[in-house]
Design a protein around this ligand. Structure first.
Ligand code: PMP
Length: 468
């Protein structure tokens, strides 16, 4: 019989398929990690880390596997734990898609949801929460994918040799995302070792990720790159990421990654996740710069079915400013005065003092904004053009100034402790008539317009009315 005795035999061993590239450029092959039994590249480390812990005597029958995970490592661990009879407790950040969380629970794991985007030192962040659960649970083992050598080890032992065999040793370039760094470090190291250093290794990285020199602000492609909260004191990079293996890092913006993944589904029949869209966008650039004698391999970590409510949902993309709209109707973005489009959206840093915030708010009077705005609310985010998840709240010049004058708020208090609700937001590509219809139902005076997930301006209801 051509059968398997356990799902564990169906981890990895994924096929490769050719992607279309312009004539004259390098051949591009995608390794479809979503065809592994648990649905992602992370099955490999789920199995490898657990079996290494068993060999090291750290995991005994009936024990509990604990991990902080954005979902896929959780699914890999939960699947292997289910097949081997371990309990699993997984801590995920709240931006994790609902589909991923449901998958973990489906495997019988206990899921603890904690706010994402907290500073490294915050005891409530996912990593510190997982460590605490592991400490307090007798007989438990913390997988620790960020620093566990069995993470890159899984890829050195399996992903690398598979690619070498599947391409008959003809691979010249590997393109991979970098999250924990396990995939690129293990696969890349193997391919360099076996080719005598000939294979070039390219990291595909979100443009805002600190790995490729970004400022670490949040972005919308899940599960890859490295964000750094502005309040983090010491930004520690994972030990699983071996930077020496990487020859080049290619930064890719959210819009490029998301439009590439939609194109892959519509034009090549491959429905993959956001990080796969990002990796393919980078791989297409790499392939375009090489001749037909080169062979590029890109790793596609997971399936698009995990993100149907996000990347394949037009309403989600539109609201965040990732779609422009196809007809020539007036759009929310048209309400942002041209003079402000290229100037940074005025906003207040949540860590500034109330006195500093008042200075920013008063300075906005000189920007020639419509009269309602300087007195109206101002979005609060970190000290740079804020991304939608960073719009932590708002402050109003009138209210804040009055509170200081009446001695209710000290000028040296932090703004983050005196926030009003975050402003609503619309995507620049949303039709003005639809925006107005929705806005008529609400009281908000001012809204933020987003393009590519970033605030580009503030608008009032009147600004939108004037477009119609
Ligand atoms: N893409 C997805 C969808 C992932 O789940 C992960 C793992 N977090 C990565 C990319 C990055 O892989 P690695 O952690 O091996 O660098």
């Amino acid at each position: 019989m051509d059968v398997h005795e356990s799902v564990l035999e169906l981890v990895g061993g994924t096929p490769m398929v050719r992607l279309r590239t312009p004539e004259g450029s390098a051949a591009l092959y995608a390794k479809l990690e979503y065809l592994s039994a648990g649905g992602s590249v992370k099955d490999r480390i789920g199995l490898h880390m657990i079996e290494q812990a068993e060999r090291d005597g750290l995991l005994r029958p009936g024990a509990t596997v604990v991990e902080a995970t954005s979902g896929n490592t959780g699914a890999g661990l939960a699947m292997v734990a289910a097949a081997k009879g371990y309990r699993a407790v997984l801590v995920v950040p709240d931006k994790t898609s609902a589909e991923k969380i449901a998958t973990l629970r489906g495997f019988g794991a206990e899921v603890v949801v904690r706010p994402g985007g907290l500073p490294a030192e915050d005891p409530g962040n996912v990593f510190n929460t997982a460590a605490r659960i592991a400490e307090q649970t007798p007989g438990s083992w913390l997988a620790g994918q960020y620093d566990n050598p069995a993470n890159p080890g899984a890829h050195y032992a399996t992903t690398g040799p598979e690619i070498w065999r599947q391409t008959d040793g003809r691979i010249t370039h590997l393109v991979s995302c970098v999250g924990t760094g396990g995939t690129i470090s293990g696969t890349g190291r193997y391919l360099k070792d076996v080719s005598g250093g000939a294979v070039k290794v390219v990291g595909a990285d979100p443009a805002a990720s600190v790995y490729s020199g970004g400022d670490g602000r949040p972005y919308f492609v899940e599960a890859t790159g490295h964000v750094c909260h502005p309040e983090t004191i010491e930004d520690v990079w994972p030990e699983s990421y071996d930077q020496d293996v990487v020859d080049e890092l290619v930064p890719v913006g959210d819009r490029d990654a998301l439009l590439t993944l939609r194109q892959l589904a519509r034009e090549q029949g491959l429905m993959v996740g956001g990080s796969a869209g990002l990796a393919v966008a980078a791989a297409q650039r790499v392939a375009a710069g090489l001749g037909p004698e080169s062979l590029v391999v890109v790793i596609l970590p997971d399936s698009g079915r995990q993100y149907l409510s996000k990347y394949f949902n037009d309403a989600w993309l539109l609201r965040l400013g990732f779609l422009d709209g196809e007809d020539d109707a007036a759009r929310a973005g048209d309400a942002v005065p041209d003079s402000l489009r290229d100037a940074p959206l005025p906003y207040v840093n949540r860590l500034s003092t109330v006195a500093e915030a008042l200075t920013v708010l008063r300075a906005r009077r000189d920007l020639g904004l419509p009269p309602v705005l300087p007195a109206g609310p101002c979005p609060v985010g970190p000290d740079r053009r804020p991304t939608a998840p960073e719009l932590a709240g708002s402050v109003s010049l009138d209210m804040l100034a009055a509170a200081v004058e009446q001695g209710e708020v000290a000028p040296d208090a932090l703004v983050r402790d005196h926030l009003a609700a975050p402003l609503p937001h619309f995507g620049a590509g949303e039709r003005a008539d639809a925006v107005l219809a929705e806005w008529e139902q609400r009281d908000d005076e001012v809204a933020v317009v987003l393009y590519d997930g970033h605030g580009i301006g503030l608008i009032t209801r009147d600004d939108v009315r004037k477009l119609l």
